[in-house]
Design a protein around this ligand. Structure first.
Ligand SMILES: C[S@@+](CC[C@H](N)C(=O)[O-])C[C@H]1O[C@@H](n2cnc3c(N)ncnc32)[C@H](O)[C@@H]1O
Length: 448
C-alpha cells in the first residue's frame, strides 16, 4: 500500500544558482511530497545553517582548531575519571559494552583526539582490572567493547570524519602492538543535541567540548526583529537589557532541556563531561566573549560605513549563542534535579590559540600576529553563518579588519576565554514529573 509519509521541500544550489523542487517522489512504497520553499531564507535556522568550515584546507575548522584542542587536553583528567566511573557502570549492564557519545564532534583532529583519549582511559582501566586479578583463580572477564557515537548537526563534515577514521584505525592498530586498546566501533549521529538522540537509558558517557555555548535558536523576538540589538551580533557594551534578558532566557531553556534529554538517555549513574565557553565577568555587557564578537561586529560596521554591507543586514544578524557564568550554569543544574555535580571549574585560555605562555601571564608578544591567529580561528567557526547572511564576497576583507581590531585590543589588554568544565553524574530517579518527559515535550511540538 502506498503511503504519503512526508510533505517536504528541497532546495538545490549549484554554481550559485538556487533551484526549488516541488512535486512527489517515490521511495519504495513511500511517497515523498516535495513542495516549494522560499529560495534562501534570510532567517537563520541553526540546524540547517550552523556548521564549522568544512574540509581540511587553509581556512577549515580541521586546520584551525588548536584553541579547542587545548581545552580537550586541559580537561583530560576530568574525562579520564568519568571514563573510569563509566567503565564500572557499564560492567553492571547486560552485555557489558560501554556506549560513549561525543556531542558536537565537528571534523578534524579533535574529533579523533576525543575517541583516542577515551580508548586510552578504557585501556588503563582494563590494565588495572587485570592487575587486581593476577595470581587469583578467577579467569579475567572479557575485554570491554566500546561503541562510540559521533554527533553533530547535519551540515557537519561527516565525510571528513569517516575518511580520517580509517587512517586513525590503521595508525592505532599499528601502534597498539600489545593489543591493549579495547575493541571499538564508531558511528556518525547527525542531529541537534537539543532533541532526543538515543533511546532511554542506553548511554554510559556523554562528552561535549566547545559546543554548549551555541543556542538552539536566536531568541524569537530578536529573530523576528521586534527587539533589535543595533550594530551588534551578540551582547556587547550598548546592548539593551531587554536583549540580554532574551539571551539569558534562551540559555536557561536550552540548557535545562539538554539536561533532561541526556538524563533520559543515560543509564543510572551515567556520566557527562562538558566544556564550553562561559563568562568570568558578572557584568554581561563586558564579558570576554562579548569582546570577541563585539570586535567582529565593529569590523562589519566598518564595511557598513564603506557601503559594502547594509546596516539593516547587520542589525538583523544575531548569533544563537550565550556564554553563561558558573553561577548561571549551577542554577540550571540545581533546578533540573536530575544531575549531581562531580566537578565544576572555570579555566582561562589565551585568545591566540598559538600563544602558549602560561595562562597567568599578561604579556602579548606580537599583537599583530596574535590578531591574525585569533581571526583565523574565529573565521573557521563563524564563516558559514556570515557567508549565509552577508554573502561570501566580504569574507577576506572582513577578517582582515577583524584581525586589526583584535590586535589593537590585545595591545591594550591581554584577553582570555573563560572555559567552564563540568563533570556530572545522572541521578538514579528523575525527580521531574513523568508527564514532563522528552516524549511529551515532543508531542507538544516544543522541539520545533
Ligand atoms: C567549536 S566546534 C567544537 C568541535 C569539537 N568538539 C572540538 O572540540 O573541536 C562546535 C561544534 O558544535 C556543533 N553544534 C552546535 N550546536 C549543536 C547542536 N545543537 N547539536 C549538535 N551539534 C551542535 C557545531 O556544529 C560544531 O561542530
Amino acid at each position: 500500500m502506498e503511503k504519503l509519509l512526508y510533505s517536504c521541500s528541497a532546495t538545490i544550489t549549484c554554481h550559485g544558482e538556487t533551484t526549488n523542487l516541488s512535486g512527489r517522489a517515490k521511495v519504495g512504497n513511500i511517497i515523498v511530497q516535495l513542495s516549494t520553499w522560499p529560495a534562501i531564507s534570510a532567517a537563520m535556522k541553526v540546524e540547517r545553517d550552523l556548521h564549522m568550515s568544512r574540509g581540511d584546507g587553509e581556512t577549515s575548522y580541521a586546520s584551525n582548531s588548536r584553541l579547542q584542542e587545548k581545552s580537550i587536553l586541559k580537561t583530560r583528567p576530568v574525562l579520564h575519571e568519568a571514563v573510569a566511573a563509566s567503565y564500572e557502570t557499564s560492567s553492571l549492564s547486560s552485555g557489558g559494552a560501554m556506549v560513549v557519545a561525543d556531542l558536537g564532534c565537528s571534523s578534524g583532529p579533535n574529533t579523533l583526539l576525543v575517541v583516542s583519549e577515551v580508548l586510552g582511559a578504557v585501556a588503563d582501566r582494563r590494565e588495572a582490572e587485570l592487575a587486581t586479578l593476577m595470581g587469583g583463580q578467577q579467569p579475567p572477564p572479557p575485554a570491554k567493547h566500546v561503541q562510540f557515537f559521533l554527533n553533530d548537526l547535519p551540515g557537519n563534515d561527516f565525510n571528513l570524519v569517516f575518511q580520517s577514521l580509517e587512517l586513525f584505525k590503521k595508525l592505532a592498530a599499528a601502534k597498539d602492538k600489545g593489543d591493549s586498546l579495547p575493541p571499538y566501533y564508531v558511528a556518525g549521529l547527525p542531529g541537534s543535541f537539543y532533541t532526543r538522540l538515543f533511546p532511554d537509558h542506553c548511554v554510559h558517557l556523554f562528552h561535549s567540548s566547545y559546543c554548549l555555548m551555541w543556542r538552539s535558536k536566536v531568541p524569537e523576538e530578536l529573530a523576528r526583529g521586534t527587539v533589535v540589538n543595533e550594530g551588534n551580533m551578540y551582547i556587547w557594551e550598548a546592548t539593551p537589557p531587554s536583549v540580554v534578558k532574551l539571551y539569558r532566557k534562551q540559555f536557561q531553556e536550552d540548557f535545562s532541556l539538554f539536561l533532561k534529554l541526556r538524563h533520559n538517555e543515560l543509564v543510572a549513574n551515567g556520566q557527562m563531561v562538558l566544556a564550553f565557553l562561559g563568562r568570568k565577568n558578572k557584568d554581561v555587557l563586558h564579558g570576554e566573549v562579548s569582546y570577541m564578537w563585539g570586535l567582529l561586529s565593529q569590523a562589519l560596521q566598518s564595511l557598513v560605513k564603506e557601503g559594502r554591507v547594509e546596516k539593516e543586514k547587520l542589525d538583523s544578524f544575531n548569533l544563537p549563542f550565550y556564554a553563561p557564568s558558573v553561577d548561571e550554569v549551577r542554577d540550571v543544574i540545581k533546578q533540573s534535579e536530575v544531575f549531581d555535580i562531580n566537578h565544576i571549574q572555570l579555566f582561562e585560555s589565551n585568545w591566540d590559540p598559538h600563544d602558549d605562555l602560561d595562562d597567568s601571564d599578561d604579556l602579548v608578544l606580537d599583537s599583530v600576529q596574535s590578531g591574525v591567529n585569533v581571526a583565523q580561528s574565529i573565521r573557521a567557526v563563524i564563516e558559514p553563518l556570515i557567508a549565509h547572511h552577508f554573502g561570501e564576497n566580504i569574507l577576506d576583507d572582513l577578517f582582515k579588519i577583524y584581525a586589526r581590531n583584535v590586535a589593537a585590543h590585545l595591545q591594550k589588554v591581554k584577553t582570555k576565554y573563560p572555559v567552564i568544565v563540568l563533570s556530572l553524574k545522572a541521578r538514579r530517579v528523575p525527580k521531574y514529573h513523568a508527564n514532563d518527559s522528552c516524549y511529551s515535550l515532543l508531542t507538544h511540538g516544543q522541539f520545533m
